[in-house]
Design a protein around this ligand. Sequence first.
Ligand code: SAH
Length: 461
Amino acid sequence: MLFTLTSTRPPATDLGFVLAKHPARTQRFALSFGAAHVFYPEASPERCTAALLMDVDPVALVRGGRRAPDGKPLAPYVNNRPYVLSSHFSTALSRVFGSALNGTVRHRPELADEIQPLEATLDPVAVRGGARLVRDLFEPLGYAVEITRHPLDPAFPEWGEGPCHRVVLRAETTVTTLLRHLYVLVPVLDDDKHYWVGDAEVQKLLAKGDDWLPEHPMRDAITHRYLARQRSLTRRALALMDDGPPVVDDQASDAAEEQIERPVRLDDARRHAVLEVLDAVGATSVIDLGCGEGKLLRVLLRKARFARIFGVDVSPVALERAAERLKLAELTPRQRARIDIVQGSLTYRDARFAGFEAACAIEVIEHMEPDRLDAFARVVFEAARPPVVIVTTPNVEYNALFGLAEGQRRHADHRFEWTRAEFEGWARAVAARFGYSVEFRGVGAEDATRGAPTQMGVFRR
Ligand code: SAH
């Protein structure tokens, strides 16, 4: 079975640093159930591919103590385990690419959270649930998914198709994020763990899934399958992940908005786009204006380079959920000192908003009455005056592509949704008035005529 990972961001051979495997070398790793080989079929500045070839020894598998799930004597010997990517793959990933999986890059630490165009190929991978399941698992995480189903036996086409697929995943993400997704989801696709599943697996799932699984639409199903369908473990894992009691109105609207925007998983794309800008400007202190439940704060907190993180929101309910999501009560004193969340309004001057290198207002302005936008602009650009301000808001031109009717908004609480011209007009006027420059970019898959689903303005003083 073969897993390949390709980067096309020049210099693509940086992938070797991230994976801690030199592109010019071939390496072999012994595993309890066989061996894994790492090599690079291609390594040029434009395109670099690392390959992980797994060579599973069927006899070692049986000696390893695998029981026949159905009690049939031959089942442990005659099965597809040695020939498909399954939970062995996760074991191999952590043995071979352990540092990348944990987000550390020893020789070039700055590469650790670089978002880049990546392509992963898994072939063959066993899927119980078919192509639909592959899409349901990976598309919400922002992947473009390509699936080819292998025939059961190419020599006997009349036998039809087998359970094995070739899966290609493409996304702009970090190597660590991609590996963590695969670590959890490949065994979920296969739905058949090769080893005893106990409490340690709950910990592994929480560790590898902490920044994406709680928000995944299939969170419960993933957890259940990953934990080999053991109910008590599943319950424990879900309780640990849980963000507290649901809040009726807001949540229904948020769920609806998520459903509308789901095909492009905009939420993730927005956070990546914001991080990209924060990286580019080298900000180490960030204020998140209208932080909501703290999704951006959580990503910032995971990155050590953000030494000072501050969230403000008008809604105590949202802040409560943010405190839970961020696990503020459980942070070490050192981590706790990096972050604060406070209640406040963005339309009243507040001394606490000053002194940050960057401010973000992600999907916030459209929640304000249009006649309060002027107050917001003065609070942020005149009083707080951070060197960089990032503002995002929906691009209403894109709504039709979400299947929304003319005039229908993405979220019940949106007071307006702007065209690109409307947002750019507002932003340019604000920039000119307060001595900033502003640049625009789209977030999410761009449509040739309607633009991207989210529009972003980056203001610099
Ligand atoms: N930035 C978050 C939340 C977006 S939802 C995210 O991207 O996930 C908009 C948030 O703005 C809500 O949490 C709402 O409470 C907050 N908000 C709206 N008007 C506000 C105001 N005048 N002052 C502070 N927060 C406000």
